[in-house]
Design a protein around this ligand. Structure first.
Ligand code: ADP
Length: 215
């Protein structure tokens, strides 16, 4: 089964992916994570990618499609979660073609929604474990790490992403409305869109599992 998670910035795509992987063992394809890995190469391409991401803009479709293709063709096919991809109509069309060439398809697109004020707090308070990728948040009691800046599980120092400021959030949100929100219609017209509001993590996850188990 192939699932696309579609959402505005900080609606909880990463968190829902983590829970889905734990429960069903999907392979996670997050273009944000693939790009952040590419940044560690520290060459000219990495420098230009970092500039684009830190400005809240989208990376070009060609780079993204190549990252996804390489990851897809090197993974065993036991079902994928696409997190943060596709993000433009052009990517979605190219992605459908890529999958159909592999005798495959998108089975469902889950549209995760959240009020903009909540998304803003999630973004500006977010800190992540570089090792296990667990996400914490300094603004929410139940999401704070036990020791100020250290991962509860790995004991390593948590990091704040370069694009997690309020200013960049506003830019990313505007980019989302312009480039990505049209995908809601795209998948609705294909009859595979399901909407889940993610205010409460457990409830949202329960709703997603119900959707998947009734496909
Ligand atoms: P979030 O989940 O917080 O919305 P991501 O981690 O998915 O953000 O992405 C971080 C940044 O990486 C984006 O703001 C964008 O610059 C870039 N990016 C990620 N996925 C894509 C994509 N499919 N197309 C273009 N740019 C992307």
């Amino acid at each position: 089964m192939n699932i696309v998670l579609l959402a505005p910035p900080a609606a909880g795509k990463g968190t829902m992916s983590e829970l889905l992987i734990k429960k069903y063992g999907f392979t996670h394809i997050s273009t944000g994570d693939l790009l952040r890995n590419a940044l560690s190469r520290n060459d000219e391409i990495a420098k230009s990618l970092k500039e684009t991401m830190d400005a809240g803009k989208l990376v070009d479709d060609e780079t993204i499609l190549k990252l996804v293709y390489d990851k897809l063709s090197s993974s065993d096919n036991k079902g994928f979660i696409f997190d943060g991809f596709p993000r433009t109509i052009n990517q979605a069309i190219a992605f459908d073609k890529m999958l159909s060439d592999m005798d495959n398809k998108v089975d469902t697109a889950i549209y995760i929604t959240v009020p903009k004020e909540v998304a803003l707090k999630r973004t500006t308070g977010r800190i992540t474990c570089p090792s296990c990728k667990r996400i914490y948040n300094i603004y929410f009691d139940n999401l704070r790490p036990k020791n100020s800046n250290i991962c509860d599980e790995c004991g390593v120092e948590l990091i704040k992403r370069g694009d997690d400021s309020e200013e960049v959030f506003e830019k990313r949100y505007a980019t989302y409305l312009k480039e990505t929100e049209p995908l809601v219609n795209y998948y609705q017209e294909k009859g595979i869109l399901k909407e889940v509001e993610n205010i409460n993590k457990e409830e949202a996850f329960r709703n997603i599992t119900t959707i998947l188990e009734n496909l």
